[in-house]
Design a protein around this ligand. Sequence first.
Ligand code: C5P
Length: 482
Amino acid sequence: MASLTIRKLDDAVKTYLRLRSAKNHRSVEEEVRVILRELIEGREEPLTPFSAPPAQSIAPVPQRTGALPEASVTLIIGGGIAAYKSLDLIRRLKERRVEVRCVLTKAAQQFVTPLAVSALSHERVYTDLFDPQSEFDAGHIRLARDCDLIVVAPATADLMAKMANGHADDLASAILLATNRKILLAPAMNPLMWNNAATRRNLAQLQRDGVVLVGPNSGEMAEAGEAGVGRMSEAIEIATAAERLLRPPVPKPLAGKRVLITAGPTHEPIDPVRYIANRSSGKQGFAIAAAAQAAGAEVILVSGPVDLDDPAGVTVKHVESARQMLEQVRAALPADIAIFAAAVADWRVANEGEQKLKKTAAGMPPLQLVENPDILATISKLADKRPPLVIGFAAETEHLIDNAKTKLARKGCDWIVANDVSPATGVMGGDRNTVHLISKNAEKNDEITVDSWPVMTKEQVAIELVAHVAKSVTGKSLESAS
Ligand code: C5P
């Protein structure tokens, strides 16, 4: 049986479905079923967008950036005067590309109406534990799990007490008990209730249970003349706290570091149409550039001819030959870290033909080869601008570790990433790589260590390598840095 992910539909279709389902007081899933049933029964409503509710009932939602991944929140609105702020919270969440499904407690309906909440969320609103309409496809289990985060705003003293003690006698408390998602509470209550020993006990229990809190703030209460701690946080503060849980900040352990990377093959011209080259897709070097950029580094990627898109946020210098590559590498110095992943051609033709070489009766033209500059060795041996960490690659087809150790010494670099590229491995042009990190430990008398990694995708190798680099250069790990 096919299943349909509403979130993956076109924006226009999603908007149509949301508006139509809100109008009919059905969930989006129910609405899709109704549409399908009507189509099959041959009495479908015309698929023209029906007129949107008047402007004052659905305020336009500004989109901050289309690049944010979508997320979804179940928002439980408790019964307190601060419930009016939850209407603004819905808008603030939607600005951040967060879908919001709302649940109103019985008491909340004294302060805000399901209609207003539905109009702002563009979704049906849920109020009853035993609702025949929602039982089928969006009962409390779906509301509890079919989201990325649960936000309770306002979280009243009563709701917190129910949560702390595992009650489930209404839809809101049943969702909170049935969820395996993170819960964010925005408490709102009178300062005396907030400071009451029972609330303190409940709060301590909830914090032990892993519930996250935003607020409450201190200030004037709705009740005349009362002030203290208990005011619900502002909608924008709650939305920011929710976003931090939905999209945790990515660690940037290489922030402030400049990383130079070479990638791809080089093409060494024989004449204007022919060249000598190594086999190389450039995938590994490009993946390292993307991983270093994601870790916060300023990345300069010097690439030979490849069939890949430039990684976002990376400065890419496109070159053809080894000599051009060396020139661009030199121009990119100084750098904190240099990673040489390019498959540079070892030789070039001594006298490149200005015209296309012709087949003649005299036989094949003699090709005189000369050695190309070794970019890795040149940079490793620089007296002044040598980057503090220089990493080379060793693609070998036999005696992998021994050859790589010899290469480490000969080239004068600090680490070698060695991989077996014999045809049976499928590494050349493929998406997976099995590598060994061979490093020289300056603090331990240049002791050589070999760290063999399991088979990984080239992206995973890149992330792992960047994590090792970050640890070595800054002492920060990818998980802990910020
Ligand atoms: O000597 P071999 O080509 O096996 O060495 C591989 C390592 O040296 C890789 O890191 C490669 O990018 C680098 N290299 C270079 N310039 C060359 C040859 C290799 O930077 N001319």
